[in-house]
Design a protein around this ligand. Structure first.
Ligand SMILES: O=C(O)CCC(=O)C(=O)O
Ligand SMILES: [Fe+2]
Length: 247
């Protein structure tokens, strides 16, 4: 059965990719929606370590991964900046998709995220934009849909199982970040329309700098293990540029 094979692939490789997940007309429609909404995107530029922290640890050496600050830059369209009839929202809220994803990731059932910003994002990368090496923070899995690929660059690169729940593996992480382990970097082929489910918590990954005129446009979907989840206002302030309500 297809879902069983995808689950096995995810468990073995820490990612699985499904080509042609969205019809070309729907994909083009989502690309248009992203281009039209782009003036409302939050330009998200940051200098941070691979643990998504903006501050290093002065008690550690300069070449410790916690002190290796990396540049990232994307344009982020939050859920409430995307039209309600955009195909990425339709897909996200469609029960058969949620059920299929739940079976692949082995967390059943899954629920929609209820935050105003977080459930579905369109992440746009123009020339020079990139996502630096990082571990995803809380989510057990991440799901992305390539809506438009860049002409050059914009590769999704991952080093499976760089660390584990028990071992931070700092020395290895440092070598990966310094480019000393190219043989361990998996470049995940993503043509337009491909869905990717990956476990980014312990597998460091990045998007290499985008080159060329064509914007890389990625749909990102967040499902939850329990109903009613909303985001942390501070995280929304950082990622989406929202005001933090006064305490
Ligand atoms: O844009 C991508 O391909 C991956 C983005 C990413 O790292 C994430 O959503 O956690
Ligand atoms: Fe990530």
């Amino acid at each position: 059965m297809l879902v069983a094979r995808l689950k096995r692939e995810l468990d073995e490789n820490q990612y699985v990719s499904l080509p042609d997940f969205i019809r070309p007309e729907a994909r083009e429609r989502a690309v248009q929606d992203a281009i039209e909404a782009l003036p409302n995107a939050h330009q998200n530029s940051s200098n941070r370590n691979c643990y998504l922290q903006r501050q290093g640890d002065p008690s550690l050496p300069a070449d410790h991964p916690r002190n290796m600050m990396l540049e990232a830059s994307t344009r982020m369209l939050a859920y409430d900046r995307i039209p309600d009839d955009c195909p990425v929202k339709t897909l996200y809220h469609w029960e058969p998709v949620r059920r299929m994803v739940a079976e692949i990731v082995g967390t059943d059932p899954l629920y929609d995220n209820e935050d105003p910003c977080q459930p579905v994002n369109l992440v746009c990368y123009r020339t020079g934009d990139q996502s630096a090496w990082h571990f995803d923070s809380t989510n057990a899995f991440t799901m992305t849909l390539m809506l438009q690929a860049s002409e050059q660059g914009g590769e999704f690169e991952m080093v499976p199982d760089t660390r584990s729940d028990e071992d931070q593996n700092y020395d290895y992480v440092r070598r990966v970040l310094q480019g000393e382990c190219p043989q361990d970097v998996v470049s995940v082929a993503r043509s337009a329309g491909a869905l990717c489910i990956f476990r980014g918590c312990n597998s460091v990954h990045r998007v290499s700098p985008v080159e060329g005129k064509t914007m890389r446009i990625m749909g990102v979907f967040v499902y939850e293990r329990e109903p009613g989840v909303i985001g942390d206002p501070e995280v929304n302030a950082t990622i989406y540029g929202r005001d933090v309500a006064p305490a």
